[in-house]
Design a protein around this ligand. Structure first.
Ligand SMILES: [Zn+2]
Length: 66
């Protein structure tokens, strides 16, 4: 066995790529029948979980603080 060094290099590259997930994806909810925005009251299919002062509420894209 003389390829240990190259194998280690390949594994560290793969680990870096798999760690490239977007954390924002899991913070939104989709309601096919529409859901009410906690801020402006609009009925929208896609709402995002508000952070900070409106903790726990689901707001539309316009009200979400990006
Ligand atoms: Zn809204």
């Amino acid at each position: 066995m003389s390829d240990d060094a190259s194998l280690d290099g390949f594994e560290s590259t793969a680990a870096t790529e798999s760690d490239d997930a977007d954390p924002a994806v899991s913070t939104y909810e989709w309601s096919p029948a529409g859901g009410e925005c906690a801020d402006c009251g609009a009925s929208v299919e896609r709402r995002w979980r508000a952070d900070g002062e409106r903790d726990g509420g689901l707001v539309c894209a316009d009200c979400k603080e990006w």
